[in-house]
Design a protein around this ligand. Structure first.
Ligand code: DX5
Ligand code: ZN
Length: 227
């Protein structure tokens, strides 16, 4: 895993949305690499959050990497608006992209964003292999470690088998884990091979977010140094 950097991505879903710009700034000051933006349509998941207008507003306040996680039924409809709004990464769910993932990847790249694919806990990991192995591949795989929809849920350790399989097969892939990550669960995810860590409630509820972010980073780096 040499050269594959640890990325710590606080999930802004746990932030005070009424003060999004200052919350983003607070996370970056605390050592965040990316800002994870959970876009939910109230249909793919039973929750409704933000869309391109909010990304566009936040983009005016920061140059940070905006890691957008699309929990929506029609991801293709969001590519153009999010590209224009200034999103950096665009991660769609395979469950709603079985027929058009090639078109999605191509379109995401053409708008200057980094394409990623996410899978729900019940989706077998084999379903994303062809997207990573394609001539025009995704550059990130997001393994959900809770049911998508809400922050503050319990980490599912049984998802680590998917992370291990991906890491064995793709030594330099960016593997992101999302849901229930914090100081008490990070070692499981890091040792399975995840290098990109989304953390919402554990970071935002901490008295010292910088300390949590640093703990997450050290765990990922410790595994990398041992390889
Ligand atoms: C859940 C979202 C996550 C969520 C993580 O559907 O994709 O990004 O905000 O929050 P925590 O870290 O609290 O589980
Ligand atoms: Zn997410």
């Amino acid at each position: 895993m040499a050269g594959m950097k640890a990325k710590i991505a606080p999930s802004m879903l746990s932030s005070d949305f009424a003060n999004l710009a200052s919350e983003a700034e607070r996370m970056l000051r605390s050592g965040a690499d990316w800002l994870h933006m959970d876009i939910m349509d109230g249909h793919f998941v039973p929750n409704l959050t933000i869309g391109a207008p909010v990304i566009e507003s936040l983009r005016k306040h920061t140059t940070a990497y905006l890691d957008c996680h699309l929990m929506v039924t029609n991801p293709i409809d969001y590519v153009e608006p999010l590209g224009k709004a200034g999103a950096s990464g665009f991660t769609f769910h395979i469950e709603v992209a079985k027929d058009n993932w090639q078109e999605l990847i191509q379109k995401i790249k053409s708008k200057g964003m980094l394409p990623g694919v996410a899978l729900k806990p019940s989706t077998p990991v084999e379903e994303v292999f062809s997207l990573v192995e394609h001539a025009n591949p995704v550059e990130l795989v997001l393994v959900m470690t809770v049911e998508p929809g809400f922050g503050g849920q319990k980490f599912m350790p049984e998802m680590m088998e998917k992370v291990c399989r991906l890491r064995e097969r793709y030594p330099s892939l960016t593997i992101e884990v999302d849901g229930g990550l914090g100081p008490s669960t990070i070692d499981m995810a890091a040792s399975a091979g995840a290098n990109c860590i989304v953390a919402g409630s554990s970071v935002f509820s901490a008295a010292d977010p910088a300390e949590v972010i640093s703990t997450l980073r050290k765990s990922v780096e410790a595994v990398q140094h041992n390889i």
